[in-house]
Design a protein around this ligand. Structure first.
Ligand code: GLV
Ligand code: MN
Ligand code: MN
Length: 412
């Protein structure tokens, strides 16, 4: 078949996604596959099995990143790469990440069954721990691969139960031999659901983000004084949870204070001893700030950090602040973005240039290779929740755009 006549098999892509959605399925139609959990391992095993069926050269690196390489006519050339992640949020959706792994897998299947030769090799990748929910930060292992994060720092990160990242990686059998070191990549495409409302609202099938906002993560630790809630007068208390509550509202008010162009969220909190009749004496919470404008995000943080110090002083609750992680905003390769828009156009799909408010492994890949993303609509703009959904028709459309964007780059 002529290359430009090729199309993905939408039914097969649907079936593949449905098989994956069984792993870690939650009662309300979502999935829970936290990084390096048993469910993550099970999904990885299935993915590797599927890669081997396509006679790809499979390798697993020391961060657990999984690669499947398809030969090119000139195998010395840098490959075109495409992938995303297998891990999910707690009670997350069936599309976030996995669509960007099963999409290029479907592309590989189409190329395989049609005996298509490409000039460059094509590599599919599943990056370890994109979500950063069990082990912070996010996009960990694309970060190590791209030489933006330190391998040993990542190995020592712990989850909420104090379990080390490296120990879990070994436990699930995915600490591979290959060094996690970048090598030349001709073009990196990441296929993903939008995770926001823009495409659906405008009735558009394909989004081509011009880039990804910056992501800044902070961890706040507060100390109070625990005591029996009944006999202890309200005056003179050092209630760490009340201090946290005031701080959380300051974070929520921050975007308005900065005149927009920024979002700020507290999504996680731990309170100790977490008893209704003890004044809380230890609180940890997270802060997530995102903007297209890195300087604005830093300015906002400096403002709110000052508020935190003041609140901590007023309440007599010592504060410790960890500036955990920052990834700068990532403007994508204009030529690749245009390739996606043109490809969508050629295939008869409506398309839109936009911005990604969600973080992706593409942020780190963008630091080392020409990078772009393909978005498809999220129903109701919902994501990171069990009801996360995208129509099968749109999944197929995005995979067709991926197929032809990859073919295009693999011929150059
Ligand atoms: C990654 O899922 C993010 O937090 O945007
Ligand atoms: Mn994702
Ligand atoms: Mn996600």
């Amino acid at each position: 078949m002529e290359k430009n006549q090729l199309r993905v098999n939408g039914k097969r892509l649907q079936h593949t996604l449905e098989e994956m959605a069984k792993i870690g399925a939650t009662p309300n139609g979502g999935v829970q596959r936290l990084a390096l959990s048993d469910e993550d391992k099970q999904a990885r095993d299935l993915f590797v099995k599927w890669l081997k069926e396509l006679e790809l050269e499979v390798s697993i690196d020391e961060m657990g990143n999984i690669f499947g390489k398809r030969k090119g006519q000139d195998s010395d050339l840098a490959p075109v790469m495409s992938g995303s992640h297998i891990d999910s949020q707690p009670k997350g959706g069936r599309f976030d990440g996995i669509l960007g792994v099963m999409g290029p897998l479907e592309v590989m299947r189409v190329l395989h069954e049609n005996n298509i030769q490409t000039r460059r090799p094509i590599t599919i990748v599943a990056w370890t721990n994109e979500e950063g929910t069990r082990f912070a930060p996010a996009m960990m292992c694309s970060g190590v691969w791209a030489n933006a994060l330190d391998r040993d720092w990542i190995y020592d990160r712990t989850d909420i139960n104090g379990i080390r990242f490296e120990d879990e990686l070994i436990r699930i059998g995915y600490k591979g031999e290959t060094p996690a070191e970048k090598s030349p990549v001709h073009a990196y495409y990441e296929y993903h659901i939008e995770q926001g409302p823009v495409l659906e609202k405008q009735g558009i099938t394909i989004g081509a983000p011009k880039g990804i906002v910056c992501l800044h993560w902070y961890d706040i630790y507060l100390e109070g004084e625990a005591n029996q809630v009944g006999p202890t007068p309200m005056e003179g208390r050092h209630d760490a949870l009340c201090a946290a509550a005031q701080m959380i509202l300051k974070v929520n008010e921050l975007p308005a204070r900065m005149n927009g162009n920024l979002v700020a969220t507290v999504g996680e909190i731990q309170n100790e001893p977490n008893s209704r009749n003890i004044i809380p004496d230890k609180v940890h919470f997270t802060v997530d700030i995102r903007s297209w404008d890195d300087d604005l995000a830093i300015k906002a943080w400096e403002l709110v950090k000052k508020d935190f110090q003041e609140i901590a002083n007023q309440r007599g609750c010592p504060i410790r602040i960890e500036e955990t992680w920052r990834v700068e905003h990532s403007p994508f390769d204009e030529r690749l973005v245009q390739n996606i828009l043109d490809t969508a156009d050629n295939l008869g799909y409506s398309s839109l240039r936009m911005v990604s408010g969600a973080g992706h492994d593409a942020s780190y890949m963008n630091q080392i290779a020409p990078t772009a993303m393909i978005f498809v609509p999220s129903i109701g703009g919902r994501s990171h929740v069990e009801v996360e959904n995208t129509t099968w028709k749109d999944c197929e459309a995005g995979a067709n755009v991926l197929l032809h964007s990859i073919l295009n780059s693999a011929q150059r």
